[in-house]
Design a protein around this ligand. Sequence first.
Ligand code: KG4
Ligand code: ZN
Length: 355
Amino acid sequence: MIVLGIETSCDETAAAIVTGERNILSNVVLSQIADHEPYGGVVPEIAARAHLDHLDRLIAESLVQAGVGLGAISAVAATGGPGLIGGVIVGVMTAKAIALACGVPFLAVNHLEGHALTARLSDGIGFPFLLLLVSGGHCQLLLVAGVGRYRRLGTTIDDAVGEAFDKVAKLLGLGYPGGPQLEQAALAAISPRRFELPRPMLGRPGCDFSFSGLKTAVRRCLAGLPQPLPEADAVDLAASFQTAVADVLVERTGRAIALAAAADPDCRTLVVAGGVAANRYLRTRLAGLADQTGWRFVAPPLGLCTDNGAMIAWAGLERLRLGQSDGLDFAPRPRWPLDPTAHHAGGVKAAKGKT
Ligand code: KG4
Ligand code: ZN
């Protein structure tokens, strides 16, 4: 089986060709960072137009790099949501057109399921596993029992963790998108715990997260520092923030390990996925946690953590193998929770319906 995967839900236009034997024949990603940088964040209209401008060429390039023609494709998978609706429409319409023209199945993949199943593509792990999903739009702990079988153990009640990285990076003048730059800055810190920042939710029952207070605390810290901010202060504050985030993620994940083990004794693997999983400091801290608890720890290669087409192709492949596909009447979904039965966590954004 050979599947074409298309990802257009945010600010990366991506196409990839993946086989059922877990071979990534090509994985082409075009970042739109330069388009959005002047605005300090992703502008949905600009993102949608950029996807439209580049997607056809990227798909052609993914086929050339893989050395296959459209005739060899068994199915076409595209992110069907959640994400910025303009971009999702571009990817879904393109995928439907190719599937129809080639007479092969179309699969609308949940972007979060793409992240969730990446460790099965990169490391071939089996079910069940505990997933810490940390991206620009989400921060969740999920018990993954199988394809399409997710039980949410915790979620953020306000900001996503990547969003917190990006906002703090902006406050520190580190540029956009911010997460990778903040990690880089933190490496230069002399005293990475110099600034006393809160650890929101630490010690509370359950596995939910909160990051907006941490961002506010960084803003308060900044108000007491000289401006323009000396580099030594910026890097120490970046590291203090990153340490606080990791402390919270590790403690919450530790609780989820206990819950997951109680719910399913076969669950002994911790997986981290999503853009923030590319953070090396966080990976090291989570590996330490898994070590302490005797669990296996799996973190996909950095390029498969941030948005890409290979994860969408793979999730499509997994569903295809189970005999699943989607109709050409599939409607793109701006919101699409992995565990639809999970209650809404409290908080302002949850109240507004953010997944
Ligand atoms: O999964 P992703 O590529 O897109 C979404 O689905 O949201 O995640 C993007 C997020 C951004 O907030 C970005 O700043 C963050 O992942 N990110 C990082 C790192 N690399 C990407 N955050 C911290 N450290 C990194 N190295
Ligand atoms: Zn993502």
